[in-house]
Design a protein around this ligand. Structure first.
Ligand code: HEM
Ligand code: HEM
Length: 196
């Protein structure tokens, strides 16, 4: 396993957009489970209202994810590369596969890796998480622009709905990993959400 990567320094904008996005996406996941979309019948005023909030928070999320991507891109020298670096850089792919094998064998034997050892994989997954949120925010904003009566908006909503499972998986897995590392005393949550 390579140890050439180090803990990244994060700008104010990365931390702010990340924290607001964490709240916004949690809102989107809860709201989407309870809301009724305008072209479906039988909802209550509350469930139709939740859709309005889903729409507004979703459009705000598009701005937030663009700020986060821009911030990460600007700091790529600090964080081993741009968000999707390991997937598109041939020099990064084989260390990623070898780290993945090592991590699996360590987890199987109960020897949980620390965040430094799993950093390359974490970054690769975070890149995919950023892409999944970008997908939801762009398709959602298109639905909002086209309007509730547009048949094309209804078709895009089908594809938007399919992305929900990606967001649930990423959000749950990413937050769970952050908590595991925090419980191990690695202070990742404090560093990501705090001022230092
Ligand atoms: C980051 C932004 C967003 C996230 C994370 C998000 C997330 C979700 C999730 C998880 C679902 C439920 C999928 C399912 O399991 O069926 C959903 C459904 C939906 N969202 Fe969003 N959403 C976002 C932005 C938006 C925006 C801006 C709109 C604009 C109108 C929108 C419109 C819809 C609609 C119409 C559905 C219902 C899709 C269907 O079931 O056919 N979303 N969204
Ligand atoms: C869908 C919403 C989220 C997205 C798109 C997202 C994305 C990211 C990205 C791209 C990074 C890497 C930042 C960098 O390298 O500078 C990161 C790091 C981190 N995120 Fe999230 N995140 C989300 C939600 C959350 C939530 C809810 C938590 C709650 C615990 C969380 C905790 C963390 C922590 C602790 C780190 C630092 C990890 C480390 O130092 O290796 N994130 N997140």
């Amino acid at each position: 396993m390579t140890n050439s990567i180090h803990s990244p320094k994060r700008s104010f904008w990365i931390k702010l957009s990340h924290a607001l996005l964490a709240i916004a996406v949690l809102h989107q996941l809860v709201a989407s489970a309870l809301m009724t979309i305008p072209w479906d019948k039988g909802g209550s005023p509350f469930s139709y209202g939740l859709f309005e909030y889903h729409e507004i928070v979703g459009i705000v999320s598009l701005g937030l994810i663009l700020v986060l991507i821009f911030g990460l891109w600007n700091h790529r020298s600090e964080r081993m590369g741009a968000p999707l670096n390991p997937w598109f850089d041939s020099n990064e792919r084989s260390p990623l596969v070898s780290d993945f094998r090592t991590i699996i064998s360590r987890v199987v034997t109960g020897d949980l890796p620390n965040s430094r050892d799993s950093m390359r994989i974490a970054h690769a997954v975070q890149g995919l998480g950023v892409l999944s949120i970008l997908y939801m925010a762009v398709t959602g904003t298109l639905i909002a622009i086209l309007g509730d009566d547009s048949p094309l908006a209804h078709d895009i909503a089908e594809f938007h709905g399919l992305g929900g499972v990606l967001v649930w998986t990423y959000f749950g897995g990413h937050a769970a990993m952050a908590i595991v590392h925090e419980l191990k005393g690695e202070k990742l949550i404090r560093r990501m959400f705090g001022s230092n």
